[in-house]
Design a protein around this ligand. Structure first.
Ligand code: SAH
Ligand code: SF4
Length: 392
């Protein structure tokens, strides 16, 4: 059976067939309790469910298994019944691009979910001397329309599931041979604590705090000490300022927080980061002050995109000093990354340096972020996929 077969140049051809949800549920992203319940549903005795769930957890998150047949301490019968109903496969990689600076970008495809067709997002790996950072997407598109951001021009298609958010981390670790026992097949600069992916930043496509529950569950699994075991200070959630969810994030995950500030007064911020109309600067900064566990070793990162003639004057820098005076903060100055059709220009390098120096002499850490992976359009704000909403 098929529908929507009229050719429509504006949207992907969608048939009812490719809107069918995948037949096998992924076990990736389930909590231990949920995993235990699924095991009981395939006949594992209640008494054994916890132990078996821990074994599977170990295979998925420490050993990087992608197939039940790799799980050698499960009986053949159990492996077969699990394989009949569930999947532990990694997401599909459509393309992998490697920049001249070593940055990698993957276009990742997730299957139709019954409401939208297959969707695509981007995940970026940025190797540095002392760390390897994975920039993870939380949504397909974004419901917000920050005027300088490429993702903001793409319609919001859907939230990613917990499995899809976490799947990006597992996928990157696989492609980088970053699970114990995997052989190196190329050199990656700078593993931190023996890992190639040492840091996770929720700075890919989408607004993570508009997909709060799924992002939270994925990060809690990434932080789990008996699994992926990422350090809390190496996991950062970036938000344009969804104030109520900032309070929840602090209480429920205690990850690091990054705020996309970009303007120091409400009039300009209303224009650049429209969610400011709902949650203006005073409310946003109150939520920052209340974020748990802040200290000079655990500071909030304020991201500030440098837009020529828009937000880059020394008066702006002065206002920023005033706004952030009572918050343990570091400021990341991001040279604007242009994209096809963007309306802004990046500030002159000299002006960015002056802006940074002004902040530094007033006691702030204010590095200028070097754009990475520009040649493969992998830098901040350049991510965009061709995924479209399903035609209705
Ligand atoms: N939605 C979240 C996270 C994704 S964007 C957020 O807005 O925080 C990650 C960072 O890239 C944000 O600080 C965002 O403002 C910034 N950014 C977006 N477009 C950019 C561009 N064209 N140049 C530089 N930084 C950009
Ligand atoms: Fe969405 Fe963040 Fe881009 Fe704004 S900057 S449109 S919140 S992804």
């Amino acid at each position: 059976m098929s529908a929507n077969l009229e050719p429509n140049p504006q949207s992907e051809l969608v048939t009812l067939d490719n809107l069918q949800p995948p037949t096998k549920r992924s076990l990736i992203g389930l909590s231990r309790e949920q995993l235990g319940a699924e095991l009981v549903s395939v006949g594992v005795p209640e008494k054994q469910a916890r132990m078996r769930a821990s074994q599977i957890w170990h295979w998925l998150y420490i050993r990087g298994a992608v197939d039940f047949d790799q799980m050698l301490n499960l009986s053949k019968d159990l492996r077969a019944s699990l394989a009949g109903k569930y999947s532990v496969a990694l997401p599909e990689v459509v393309t992998e691009q490697v920049s001249t600076d070593g940055t990698r970008k993957w276009l990742v495809r997730f299957p139709a979910d019954g409401k939208t067709g297959p969707v695509e997002v981007e995940t970026v790996y940025i190797p540095e001397r002392d760390r390897g950072t994975l920039c993870v997407s939380s949504q397909v598109g974004c419901s917000l329309t920050c005027t300088f951001c490429h993702t903001g021009t793409q319609k919001m298609v859907r939230n990613l599931t917990t499995a899809e958010v976490l799947g990006q981390v597992l996928l990157a670790r696989h492609r980088l041979r970053d699970f114990a026992g995997m052989e190196e097949d190329f050199d990656i600069i700078g593993p931190a604590e023996g890992r190639k992916v040492s840091n996770i930043v929720m700075m890919g496509m989408g607004e993570p705090l508009f997909n709060y529950e799924n992002v939270k569950h994925a990060l809690l699994i990434a932080l789990d000490e008996d699994g992926l075991n990422f350090s809390r200070r190496r996991v950062t959630v970036s938000t344009s300022g969804v104030v109520p969810a900032i309070y929840k994030l602090g209480e429920e995950t205690r990850t690091m927080l990054a705020i996309s500030l970009h303007a120091t007064n409400d009039t300009l911020r209303d224009e650049l980061v429209p969610i400011n109309k709902k949650y203006p600067l005073d409310q946003l900064l109150d939520a920052c002050r209340a974020y748990p566990g802040l200290s000079s070793a655990r500071r909030i990162t304020f991201e500030y995109v440098m837009l020529k003639g828009v937000n880059d004057s020394i008066a702006d820098a002065h206002k920023m000093v005033e706004l952030l005076s009572d918050i343990p903060a570091k400021i990341n100055l991001i040279p604007f990354n242009p994209w096809p059709g963007s309306e802004y220009e990046c500030s002159d390098w000299k002006q960015i340096e002056k802006f940074s120096a002004y902040l530094v002499t007033r006691g702030f850490t204010a590095p200028i972020r070097t754009p990475r992976g520009r040649d493969i359009l992998a830098a901040c704000g350049q991510l965009k996929s061709e995924s479209k909403k399903a035609a209705s």
